[in-house]
Design a protein around this ligand. Structure first.
Ligand SMILES: [Zn+2]
Length: 279
């Protein structure tokens, strides 16, 4: 059987039989791969500690009929830090949930995406930067790689240059910010259409868009450039101020909503935090 080596992050799994697991891996060499980890659910086997989500391993795989088969595994990273921090772990699991979802589209740029994901997990595990902020940077980075980077410089309707003074709404369907003037016109149009849609029972909800404040807009721009984690701009002291923190959270919710709109479903990893109201 042909074998090959990959460096991979575990991004998902499901159970197979009594003792095995099928892992979804994001590998540096080939992007998304599904592989059987034999004995992963028995204690003290070579895979038992290496098959959890977020583990990073060097693996020797052999080509199987339906799934690849893991024949050797060597641990690279286990991220023990996450075990004692539910908040950071939830964000990390959200990263891999998104990776699992977008995996096929990321496979062509597997090497750079692997580095990006690993780096983002390390930042979440080992730096004091605000976890919400780091997640926002991750989301903006992911959207950029996927070619869905939201338009924040020009109005997506009328192409006016955007500034703090003319922000209107964030429109998921159009993938960016609509200026005040255009969103006012859109709203008037929507109102007219709502009357008509009411007759035909259509949902015009997308047209309204979400209101975007200058602080939220600035956060999105700074996060898109990864200026905190990569350029070392000190922001942790700033985001602790309450108004700033709220605007970071609002920016992140807006981006998650945009991602979920593109995906067509809700992401589950952060629901725990929502329920516990911790961050
Ligand atoms: Zn406009």
């Amino acid at each position: 059987m042909p074998t090959y080596t990959v460096h991979a992050i575990n991004v998902g799994s499901f159970l197979l039989g009594e003792a095995d697991k099928v892992l979804t891996l994001f590998s540096m060499e080939r992007g998304i791969i599904r592989a059987v980890a034999k004995g992963a659910r028995k204690p003290n086997t070579k895979m038992s500690g290496r098959s959890d989500a977020l583990c990073v391993n060097k693996l020797l795989l052999s080509t199987g009929r339906t799934f690849e088969i893991i024949t050797q595994a060597e641990s690279i990273e286990g991220f023990p830090e996450f075990r004692t921090d539910l908040t950071r772990m939830s964000y990390a699991l959200y990263y891999v949930e998104l990776t699992n979802h977008f995996g096929q589209s990321l496979s062509e740029e597997s090497e750079s995406y692997f580095d990006f994901l690993l780096n983002s997990l390390q930042l979440q595990a080992r730096t004091p930067h605000d976890p919400v902020w780091l997640c926002l940077e991750f989301e903006m980075g992911l959207l950029d790689i996927l070619g869905y980077r939201p338009e924040l410089t020009y109005c997506v309707v009328g192409r006016e240059v955007l500034g703090e003074y003319n922000l209107g709404t964030f429109n998921r369907e159009l993938g960016g910010v609509v200026c005040q003037q255009c969103s006012r016109q859109e709203r008037q149009l929507a109102t007219r259409e709502t009357l008509r849609d009411a007759q035909f029972e259509r949902d015009p909800g997308w047209r309204n868009g979400a209101h975007i404040t200058p602080l939220v807009w600035k956060n999105l721009i700074i996060a898109a450039d990864r200026r905190v984690s990569e350029e070392g701009v000190e922001r942790t002291c700033v985001v602790k101020q309450e108004a700033m923190q709220q605007s970071v959270e609002a920016a992140r919710r807006l981006v998650q909503g945009y991602i979920e709109y593109r995906v067509g479903k809700r992401m589950k990893s952060l629901e725990v935090l929502e329920q516990l109201k911790v961050r």
